[in-house]
Design a protein around this ligand. Structure first.
Ligand SMILES: Nc1ncnc2c1ncn2[C@@H]1O[C@H](COP(=O)(O)OP(=O)(O)OP(=O)(O)O)[C@@H](O)[C@H]1O
Length: 306
């Protein structure tokens, strides 16, 4: 694998408190979700990748180099921290220009950089003249993102950026990240709610209690599941018609039809899931999606953390 981040037997302790415990994984280019409940070690890992912390033991490389005390490497990384530390009284352009100027960019050039970053973060130009303190949560996240991408990094790291956003805000922010990815940026984004990232990420690192529970693409993680649920969700054009069809064949012992969503409790889950295209033959309903409850990524994660 051509990995961007590679951890080998990596540990990080805060005195006697365990932050990360002997984790090994690789993250390829793309959008990767770092998922785990509170205290799982997500921020610790992000601080290691951004060189803010040194590993207690093990090895960590980002683009093949150690991140700690490595300014050249860090210039290829953009970081959007979890905490909201924005200057309320400044306008976003002024803040971003000041940051670029501190980093040694000429004052004239800072304007182009700041404007480009705000455009790429999709902060509506109508709001640029307002002070950051008057902004909504979603607009502040875009300013934070602009700060992280202003220097055109190859890897953008965001710690819990969806926190506090409503579903619409999360979807919009996800679209911005996808667009950045389409422009060649790799993205590492953390959340304690897997569902927030499932639609966005091609791969995941799942953490709990400082350990990696699973890592890899969605398909690779799903393949680690050997247990099947007897509860299967089917999205189709005629839920009642399809339920009757399955019941007549003696395949299900119960069902619940709600709109275009049919939930069935099947007698032999694995056989059903593997054979479903044939089982639906002879029924007029169009089938759009079939999901085994245990195969949903969120369900896998729930069971791993139990
Ligand atoms: N500065 C610190 N000093 C001592 N312990 C710490 C420190 N930072 C984190 N920890 C501990 O390390 C463990 C991992 O914390 P971390 O912040 O990395 O988790 P997280 O997954 O980011 O959680 P959250 O979503 O709550 O931020 C926790 O037990 C936490 O209490």
């Amino acid at each position: 694998m051509n990995s961007i981040v590679k951890a080998e037997e990596l540990s990080c302790f805060y005195g006697v408190v365990l932050g990360l415990n002997n984790v090994s994984f690789e993250i390829p280019a793309g959008i990767t979700g770092l998922v785990g409940p509170n205290g799982a070690g997500k921020s610790t890992l992000i601080k290691l990748v951004t060189g803010q912390l040194a590993p207690s033991s093990g090895r960590l490389s980002v683009f093949g180099e150690k991140p700690r005390n490595n300014p050249k490497l860090l210039s290829r990384i953009g970081y959007c921290p979890e905490r909201e530390q924005l200057p309320k009284d400044l306008r976003p352009i002024d803040w971003l220009r000041s940051l670029a100027s501190i980093s040694g960019v000429s004052w004239k050039e800072t304007k182009t950089m700041a404007e480009a970053a705000l455009d790429r973060s999709r902060l509506d130009r109508a709001h640029w003249k307002k002070r950051i303190g008057t902004y909504s949560k979603g607009m502040k996240q875009r300013v934070k993102l602009a700060q992280a991408i202003m220097h055109d990094p190859d890897l953008v790291i965001l710690d819990e950026p969806m926190n506090g956003l409503d579903p619409m805000g999360r979807a919009e922010f996800g679209e911005i990240l996808k667009e950045l990815n389409q422009h060649g940026k790799s993205i590492l984004v953390s959340s304690h709610i897997l569902h927030e990232l499932e639609f966005l990420c091609s791969g995941f690192v799942m953490l709990n209690w400082g350990r990696v529970l699973a890592s890899g693409s969605q398909i690779e993680i799903r393949e680690t599941v050997v247990e099947w649920s007897d509860e299967i969700s089917i999205r189709c054009s005629d839920a009642n018609g399809l339920a009757a069809h399955l019941q007549n064949q003696g395949l299900i012992r119960g069902f619940l039809a709600e709109g275009d969503e049919l939930t069935v409790w099947v007698n032999e889950p694995e056989a059903f899931f593997k054979n479903w295209p044939n089982l639906f033959k002879g029924c007029d309903a169009d089938v759009f999606e079939v999901r085994n409850k245990n195969q949903a990524l969120s369900s896998i994660f729930e069971r791993m953390t139990q």
